[in-house]
Design a binder for this molecule. Structure first.
Ligand code: SAM
Ligand code: SF4
Ligand code: SF4
Length: 351
């Protein structure tokens, strides 16, 4: 079959042990775990202040899964093919004792554990996270221009403290760090070459993400999406790029290397070149709902079955039947109509 990212010789991902696949033949490989719906930023494309203001009702503590509940679910998921867990949120480093969760998850045989963070608390937490066994970290940083970044996070948070977080992660052994920048036309697209110049040659891997219509509150407009092809051409005009093969089937970023050997840069083309055909990601919200797509309107409640005294086999049967029913391919179907459909918020479901 032909795939927009991988061409004619694209093959659908194969399930571990040939077992669990969804209705489109996709296995489950990655579990994104939101450990909190709270955040210390108010990025306008994710948690606009007008919606997530002082009156916003975040999840009460007793509705949030405990570390033991998350670990149990993840262990059961690994029996179904999951090999990678990514901790996210909201801002995952706000969850108290996060390194303890990393340690518990790393106790699961063969599981890779990674983290996506805004980097604000990394300087103080990187060492403990690395010591707990964290494999890798992705830090979100949308601009190196201080005024632009302060405006985008809407908390007046300066760039230099995020850069310190990235360096702390590298010192703790979590290098190379992936750095994610969401690009919005007219907001930060004038500062992208600065990001490319800064991270070239550092060993860290910068990835540009197309602005997505996640949730219903971020005022998404197609004309604010800068196609990855345009970004790539702009970088290529200054530093010659050449494409790299994906590391594995289902990798979300299109990878390029600088021809002069200064490292690599990636583009996540969720809007202009969707990659639903290879999407092997399940998402667990902080309150224990399982979502099979970033753009889903609803999820399967796992907290209830966990807290009802069900056996591992019963929980596994629910995970299995949920995945087997999956037919999501929102990004392939995106249109002006789908943009207005009900969807969960990114800060709740995790990126
Ligand atoms: N708070 C952490 C962070 O910012 O890295 C983790 C959660 S955040 C929801 C995960 C990722 O989603 C971040 O890289 C963020 O930039 C990205 N993101 C959030 N809203 C987005 C949107 N509307 N379009 C594209 N990416 C988005
Ligand atoms: Fe918070 Fe991350 Fe969303 Fe920004 S993108 S508001 S840092 S959860
Ligand atoms: Fe996966 Fe849904 Fe994104 Fe498609 S739209 S890649 S199915 S999360």
């Amino acid at each position: 079959m032909t795939h927009p990212d991988f061409g004619d010789d694209f093959e659908r991902p194969v399930a571990a042990g040939g077992s669990l696949v969804d209705t489109l033949g996709r296995p489950v490989h990655d579990l994104r775990i939101s450990v909190t719906d709270r955040c210390n930023f108010r990025c306008q494309y994710c948690m606009p202040k007008e919606v997530f203001g002082p009156g916003f009702a975040f999840l009460p503590r007793d509705q949030v899964l405990s570390f033991e509940e998350i670990t149990r679910l993840t262990r059961i998921f690994t029996g179904l093919g999951v090999r990678k867990a990514r901790l996210t949120g909201g801002e995952p480093t706000l969850r108290s004792q996060l390194p303890t969760l990393v340690e518990l998850l790393k106790g699961i045989d063969g599981l890779e554990v990674t983290l996506t963070t805004n980097g604000t608390l990394l300087a103080s937490q990187a060492e403990a996270l690395a010591a707990a066994g964290l494999d890798r970290v992705t830090v979100s940083l949308d601009s190196l221009d201080d005024a632009t970044f302060r405006q985008m996070n809407d908390m007046d948070f300066p760039v230099h403290l995020v850069l310190e977080g990235i360096e702390a992660a590298a010192r703790a052994g979590l290098a190379p760090v992936k750095v994610n920048a969401v690009v919005r036309r007219g907001v930060n697209d004038h500062t992208l070459l600065d990001l490319a110049r800064h991270f070239r040659g550092t060993g860290h891997i910068l990835r540009f993400i197309e602005f997505m219509d996640v949730g219903t509150t971020n005022g998404w407009r197609m004309d604010e999406v800068v196609p990855a092809s345009e970004l790539r051409d702009r970088i290529d005009a200054e530093f010659r790029l050449e494409p790299l093969d994906p590391n594995y089937t289902g990798e979300v970023a299109q990878r390029y290397r600088y021809r002069d050997g200064a490292g690599e840069v990636g583009f996540i083309t969720s809007v202009t070149q969707p990659f639903c055909a290879t999407c092997t990601r399940a998402r667990l919200s902080a309150d224990g709902k399982l979502y099979t797509c970033l753009f889903a309107a609803g999820g399967t409640d796992l907290r209830e079955i966990l807290r009802s005294g069900a056996s591992d086999e019963e929980v596994e049967a629910l995970l299995r039947s949920t995945w087997e029913r999956r037919s999501d391919r929102y990004s392939e179907l995106r249109s002006s109509e789908t943009a207005g459909l009900p969807k969960v918020e990114m800060s709740y479901i995790g990126g």
